[in-house]
Design a protein around this ligand. Structure first.
Ligand code: G6Q
Length: 531
């Protein structure tokens, strides 16, 4: 249906251009041709500065051509309008629509896919009423006291996105409200959280799209048990977010139930009820709406065909230039914002689970590289840890820096002539330039080779709207790259084998015999008996 990545004319052009990529270390390299001011993609909420990537106008033209030949914007439009893009042609696969964008398609006159948006609106209306009932004390504990804590129980896509956004928007929390997260089946995770909360004043949100996830169901039992031990009625405290028709879609077990739908993938579910219930509780319904609006601004922008005006597409194509043509295997995401400290972990899942694939949408092995390894930590902390390798290591690691002109909260102080926010931004800009330009020195130990590509996503402040936009930029970037590589970015078969084997090990641990378990039994004996 769509052209293959390597069969485009742009692919051949880019392969040629990659033989002599733009030299960022040459004299005046960043100031020639008004590069600093021309290589900015502005949008209403975020700007992308890409003057420090190893590309020039010829590469940008070829990347535009590649995007056009592969009909990337066309495919994005099809996705938003409900095409069955979660599919491997000719093989058993999920065969679903991909409609996470419908959850925030609430602000224009006509949604791209109206039935999914209608379902999203119904759930949001339920949530609004539930939040009002909490505010008014209509939903309260057995003593008539208000709930001030939410314990969010879920894992993977039902944890990472919501948790990273909660952390990012802590500055907007409703006074006195707090959210804790339990994800791991490690009993210490639940034990640590339960030791720190007053369950009597807590709502517990069990989040599982499938309603079958071992970790989440186990932790639900642990929390229900803890509630019971305190003489509390679990049904008065537990609410659920689950897929329509899942084993957890059983409203009689819960104080309140919210639904998500099979057309929303777990790692893309932060703007569905998976993230919305916890966010609505912690930052309030109006702020939640602002967050959704920010995401919707980017969804609309992603339909722009001109590469240099379409921020997520540009970010995706720069990533493809670095990955497929310059041959870089990893990508560091480096937010200069402590509030975004869990955001790289979310992107790690969203990107690597989506694009860590080696077959195309027809089940054939792909003859090119797909998703890079994603990792990262906030600056300036990372500078004191792994930046040595970024500047002088043998592996070149492209970076996506994220920064803000102003701090999220008000507290700051001038120390030795500058505020902390100024120090943070100065360090951010210094790193971008240092990686690009490097530094020649006669002392090899002090030589910085430079030509380490990076770009910078810059916004004014980390508001709920900007957070929504940032999330949607990455979701769209990942989708665009998957379309370009002709892979199915929306399934995750690669996580199944380990899950199945874990069941075999559990059976072996409990001494249930069976010939298929012999490898598990032998390995267990070696590992556990030696401990
Ligand atoms: C995400 C994945 C995966 C999933 C978790 C939790 O895209 O599908 O990380 O989110 O396995 O699944 P449940 O929400 O079904 O419990």
């Amino acid at each position: 249906m769509f052209k293959a990545f390597t069969e485009t004319t742009a692919y051949q052009e880019l392969t040629q251009l990659a033989k002599s990529p733009y030299d960022l270390t040459a004299s005046g390299a960043l100031q020639n041709n008004e590069r600093l001011s021309r290589y900015i993609c502005r949008s209403s909420l975020l700007d992308l500065h890409y003057c420090t990537e190893r590309l020039d106008d010829r590469v940008l033209a070829a990347l535009q051509k590649l995007a056009d030949e592969l009909q990337l914007v066309e495919q994005f439009k099809m996705m938003r309008r409900g095409a069955y893009l979660n599919n491997i042609e000719g093989f058993e696969s999920e065969t679903r629509q991909v409609l996470h964008t419908a959850c925030r398609d609430l602000f224009g006159s006509v949604p791209a896919e109206s039935s999914a948006t209608e379902e999203a609106k119904n759930e949001l209306a339920k949530l609004k009423k539930f939040l009002e009932d909490i505010d008014r004390g209509i939903v309260c504990n057995h003593l008539g006291e208000r709930f001030d804590t939410m314990v969010h129980v879920g894992i993977g896509g039902s944890d990472l996105g919501p948790r990273s956004i909660y952390e990012a928007l802590q500055g907007y929390r409703v006074a006195g409200r707090n959210v804790c997260f339990i994800a791991n089946v490690d009993p210490d995770d639940a034990a640590r959280v339960l030791a720190g909360v007053n369950l009597e004043r807590s709502l517990v949100t069990i989040v599982s799209k499938s309603g079958t996830t071992l970790e989440t169901l186990t932790n639900e039992r642990l929390v229900r048990d803890a509630l019971q031990q305190q003489g509390l009625d679990a049904r008065q405290h537990c609410i659920s977010v689950t897929g329509a028709g899942s084993p957890m879609d059983n409203p009689s077990d819960y104080l309140q139930s919210f639904l998500m739908f099979d057309y929303i993938g777990g790692r893309f579910s932060s703007t569905s009820m998976v993230g919305a219930v916890m966010l609505g509780f912690s930052i309030g319904y109006d702020r939640l709406t602002e967050f959704l609006e920010g995401a919707s601004v980017i969804d609309l922008l992603a339909e722009e065909v001109q590469l240099q005006k379409n921020l997520p597409l540009l970010l995706a194509m720069i990533g493809i230039w670095n990955r497929n043509f310059l041959g870089h295997e990893t990508l560091a995401v480096l937010p200069y914002s402590q509030s975004l400290h869990r955001f790289p972990a979310h992107l790690q899942q969203c990107d690597m689970e989506s694009n860590g694939k080696s077959i195309d949408r027809f089940g054939r092995a792909v003859p090119y590289e797909t998703g890079p390894i994603i990792w990262g930590e906030p600056g300036t902390n990372g500078q004191h840890a792994f930046y040595q390798l970024l500047h002088q290591g043998t592996t070149v690691v492209p970076a996506e820096f994220i920064g803000f002109r102003r701090a999220q909260r008000g507290l700051d102080l001038q120390v030795e002539g500058s505020t902390s926010q100024q120090k943070l931004v100065a360090n951010l800009l210094a790193q971008v330039i240092a990686m690009a330009v490097g530094q020649a020195s006669d002392n090899p130990n002090r030589n910085f080779p430079g030509n380490r590509p990076s770009c910078l996503l810059m916004a004014d402040r980390l508001t709920p709207q900007v957070m929504g936009a940032l999330l949607a930029v990455y979701e769209a970037k990942i989708a665009f790259q998957g379309f370009a590589w002709n892979i199915n970015s929306f399934d995750q078969e690669g996580v199944q084998l380990g899950k199945q084997l874990a069941t075999t090990f559990l059976e072996a641990m409990n001494n249930r015999s069976g010939s298929r378990q012999s490898l598990a039994r032998d390995f267990l004996t070696q590992v556990l008996d030696e401990v």
